[in-house]
Write a protein that binds this ligand. Structure first.
Ligand SMILES: [Mn+2]
Length: 337
């Protein structure tokens, strides 16, 4: 099937990366902190490709893996250091919107001769010597597939499964608009004859733990409605995590229960974290550009899903941010703030 690539430049970048992959002996990959399906999926897909191609690949990961993705084959090889005695020819930075998010980890990049940055978020500034940043791609795994399929190395089951999970999770199990014909076309090739998609679904979405259910329940029970039900918000304090025995990862996805309420324009979830900071997740049902709102708080993301982290007391932050989102409501909806 003919695939229309976004631009000839994109095509040339892929060729260049394939050339680097072909020549490389020692490769490492890194992604943003607190892995998700797309970050870990792209790292492990590269790892499995490297194994099939006879190359050494170190998967750098510094945080505990969420249970929904820790079953992925190869996740046990994740390590939090690079061997000192190895010269790395190639490094991949997956799914990272900005250097700030990487903190000191960005230093690892200097260890490789060639650095490749792959991402699909909006407005990303490339951090690599080669950057493949494609906003129309559903996921980093989709971009990586575009590269790996061109290498001529057959993608083994482990590699395809990791890519599948990245695309599946970033498209919300193929519900979001980033589930394009191209991503479905890739998915068809990834499934092939041997991926068992209902097993993968259960491992990712029906494999929850007690703490996760309780922390999600806490979020739901505290849901408050503003502006005649156009906005909903909820919150988690640090001591909720201690009391329930849940981790921050357990709270992932909790905003979804809020964002599916009929008639809302936006949902906001506040999470108090260490160091006097509050993490904020925003979801919009379409009219409000929550990325714009999140940028006012030094955050970022997409029009319908964004995040930010700011200093301050939970209560003060909630008041300020809810007011900012209320301001962004379309005229006529912005009443009774
Ligand atoms: Mn992604």
């Amino acid at each position: 099937m003919n695939v229309s690539w976004p631009s000839p430049d994109y095509d040339r970048q892929i060729d260049l990366i394939c050339e680097k992959l072909d020549k490389a002996r020692n490769i490492f990959c890194i992604a943003h902190p607190y892995s998700d399906g797309d970050a870990l999926g792209s790292q492990l897909a590269l790892y499995h490709w490297c194994r099939a191609a006879g190359k050494n690949c170190v998967v750098l990961n510094f945080d505990p893996l969420p249970e929904q993705i820790s079953w992925l084959r190869g996740s046990e090889v994740c390590q939090n250091y690079l061997p000192e005695d190895v010269d790395f020819d190639l490094a991949f930075l997956m799914e990272t919107t900005e250097a700030r998010r990487m903190g000191e980890r960005v230093e690892f990049f200097k260890r490789a001769t060639t650095t490749v940055h792959l991402d699909h978020h909006i407005g990303v500034v490339g951090l690599g010597s080669i950057n493949l940043l494609e906003e129309k791609a559903s996921s980093t795994c989709e971009i990586l597939y575009n590269i790996l399929e061109r290498t001529g190395v057959e993608l083994n089951r482990e590699c395809r499964e990791a890519l599948y999970v990245g695309i599946m999770t970033d498209t919300g199990n193929f519900r979001f608009n980033n589930s394009t014909p191209r991503s479905h076309e890739i998915i068809a090739r990834l499934i092939g004859s041997d991926l068992v998609v209902d097993d993968i679904y259960k491992l990712v979405y029906e494999n929850t733990n007690y703490h996760r259910v309780v922390i999600h329940g806490t979020v739901m029970a505290r849901t408050r409605s503003f502006n005649d039900g156009k906005l909903v918000a909820s919150w988690l304090a640090l001591d909720d995590f201690t009391r329930i025995g849940a981790t921050e990862v357990d709270a992932d996805g909790a905003i979804r229960n809020l964002s599916c309420i009929k008639g809302i324009e936006a949902a906001i979830l506040f999470k108090e974290v260490e160091g006097g900071k509050v993490k904020i997740s925003f979801r919009s049902t379409g009219k409000i550009d929550v990325m714009e709102v999140s940028r006012r708080f030094n955050g970022g993301g997409h029009r319908n899903a964004a995040g930010a982290q700011i200093d301050g007391k939970l209560e003060d932050v909630m008041q300020t941010v809810v007011a900012a989102v209320a301001e962004a409501l379309p005229a006529g909806d912005n009443c009774n703030a």
